[in-house]
Design a protein around this ligand. Structure first.
Ligand code: SF4
Length: 382
C-alpha cells in the first residue's frame, strides 16, 4: 500500500546555538555536511527496506532543523539533488525549507529554487535589537529585512516569517510595529510563538537563578491579543493557534500534522506517524549517525496508539485549529450530556464560539487555551 504523506528531514546544524532552544541541534562543523548528506540517504534506504513501498510518494516536504541554510550552497545543492533522485516528487504540492537570515545569500536562494523548493520559512523572531540579543540570535533586524527582500527578489512568493513573543526585553510597541511591517510588506504567512522556557536550556538556568525575567502570563496574553487583532484586521486568517495566512497559503505540511495524516521524519530526533503508530528517532546526534551508518533504523520509541489515544489526539489537535471539531467525527466517544455541558462552559467563558450544529469551534481566545479546553473535555469523561 502506498500512503500519501508528509516528508520531514531534520538537518541538525546551526551556525550558533540560541540559549532558549531545545531542538536537536549542534554547531556546524566544516567536516559534517558530507556525512550529514550520506546519513539521511542511508536512513531512507533502511526505511524503504523495512516498509517496502509505503513511503514512496510524499505530498509535502519540509526540511527543518537546525538551520538547513547553514550548509554552504554546494552542500545544499547536493542535498536537494539527493531528494529529487530519491523520491517521486510528481505529487509534491509544497516543499518548504527553513532558513535563518544570517548567511542567506542570493546563490543559496537560487539553489533552493532550482531544487524544487517553493516555500521558505524565515526565522526572523523579532525586529527589536534587544530582543534578538536576549534570544541569542546572531542576525540583526536589518539582516532579517534584507533576507526577506532577497527571497522575494529571487522569486519566493510563498514566504513565511517566524516571530516570537513573551520574550525578555520585548515591548508591546516593538512587537506591533514588526507585525505591521510584515503586513505592509505583504508577507503571505506569519507564525508567532510564545517563548517557552524549556528545562535543560541555558535560558532556563538563567531564569531559575533570577538573572533573567520573562514576561508574565497576562503580558503574554496581551501580546497574543495584539497579534490576533493586528493580523485579522489585515485580512490574515488565524487558522491555527500560532499560524496566520492570507487566502490560499496556509502550511499544507503542518496541516497534515494537525489532521493526523501520516508523515515520515528522517534525521536525529525526527518524528513519524504511519496512521496507527508514532515513533521518534534517536535524539542524540552522534548515536543517530552511528546507528544509521551501522545499518540500524535509528528509532527510539515506537508506540502503537490505542483507539482511545487516537481519539484524544483528534480532540487535542482539532482544538488547535480555527475549524475546530466535527461532533460526529471527534466527539462520538463522549456522552452527549458531557459534550453539551462542556460546550456551554466554553461558550460562557468566551473560549468556544456558537457554531453551526455538528461543529465546535474555538474562538481566538479558545485557540490560546486549546490545551486546557481539550483537557477539560477529557476530564468530564467519555
Ligand atoms: S537557530 Fe533555530 S534551531 Fe538553531 S539553535 Fe537557534 S532556535 Fe535552535
Amino acid at each position: 500500500m502506498t500512503v500519501e504523506y508528509g516528508l520531514y528531514i531534520h538537518l541538525p546544524y546551526c551556525r550558533s546555538l540560541c540559549p532558549y532552544c531545545d531542538f536537536v541541534k549542534s554547531p556546524l562543523h566544516p567536516a559534517a555536511p558530507e556525512r550529514l548528506r550520506a546519513a539521511p540517504a542511508r536512513e531512507w534506504e533502511l526505511v524503504r527496506a523495512a516498509d517496502a513501498a509505503v513511503w514512496s510518494r510524499p505530498r509535502t516536504i519540509y526540511v527543518g532543523g537546525g538551520t538547513p541554510t547553514a550548509l554552504d550552497a554546494g552542500a545544499l545543492a547536493k542535498f536537494l539533488q539527493w531528494i529529487a533522485g530519491a523520491w517521486d516528487l510528481s505529487r509534491v504540492r509544497e516543499f518548504t525549507v527553513e532558513a535563518n537570515p544570517e548567511g542567506l545569500s542570493p546563490e543559496k536562494l537560487q539553489v533552493l529554487l532550482e531544487g524544487g523548493v517553493n516555500r521558505l520559512s524565515l526565522g526572523v523572531q523579532s525586529l527589536e535589537p534587544q530582543v534578538l540579543r536576549a534570544l541569542g540570535r546572531i542576525h540583526t533586524a536589518e539582516a532579517a529585512l534584507t533576507a526577506v527582500a532577497l527571497a522575494r527578489r529571487a522569486g519566493f512568493r510563498n514566504l513565511s516569517v517566524d516571530l516570537m513573543y513573551g520574550v525578555p526585553a520585548e515591548t508591546a510597541e516593538g512587537f506591533r510595529s514588526a507585525l505591521e511591517r510584515f503586513v505592509a510588506l505583504g508577507i503571505p504567512h506569519l507564525s508567532a510563538y510564545p517563548l517557552q522556557v524549556e528545562e535543560g536550556t541555558p535560558l532556563h538556568a538563567k531564569v531559575e537563578r533570577g538573572s533573567v525575567t520573562v514576561p508574565g502570563e497576562e503580558e503574554v496574553l496581551a501580546r497574543y491579543e495584539d497579534l490576533v487583532s493586528t493580523l485579522s484586521r489585515a485580512g490574515y486568517r488565524h487558522y491555527e493557534v500560532s499560524n496566520f495566512a492570507l487566502p490560499g497559503v496556509h502550511s499544507r505540511h503542518n496541516e497534515g500534522y494537525w489532521m493526523r495524516r501520516p508523515y515520515l521524519g528522517l534525521g536525529p530526533g525526527a518524528h513519524s506517524f504511519d496512521g496507527g503508530a508514532r515513533w521518534g528517532n534517536d535524539e542524540n546526534i552522534e548515536r543517530w549517525f552511528h546507528r544509521v551508518e551501522s545499518g540500524e533504523l535509528p528509532r527510539a520509541d515506537v508506540r502503537a496508539l490505542s483507539r482511545r489515544e487516537a481519539e484524544e489526539e483528534g480532540v487535542f489537535l482539532s482544538l488547535r485549529r480555527s475549524r475546530g471539531l466535527r461532533v460526529s467525527r471527534h466527539l462520538k466517544p463522549f456522552a452527549p450530556e458531557h459534550v453539551a455541558a462542556w460546550n456551554a462552559w466554553g461558550v460562557a467563558g468566551g473560549a468556544l464560539a456558537r457554531a453551526p450544529r455538528g461543529r465546535v469551534r474555538p474562538t481566538d481566545r479558545g485557540l490560546f487555551l486549546a490545551h486546557d479546553l481539550a483537557a477539560e473535555l477529557l476530564a468530564r469523561g467519555a
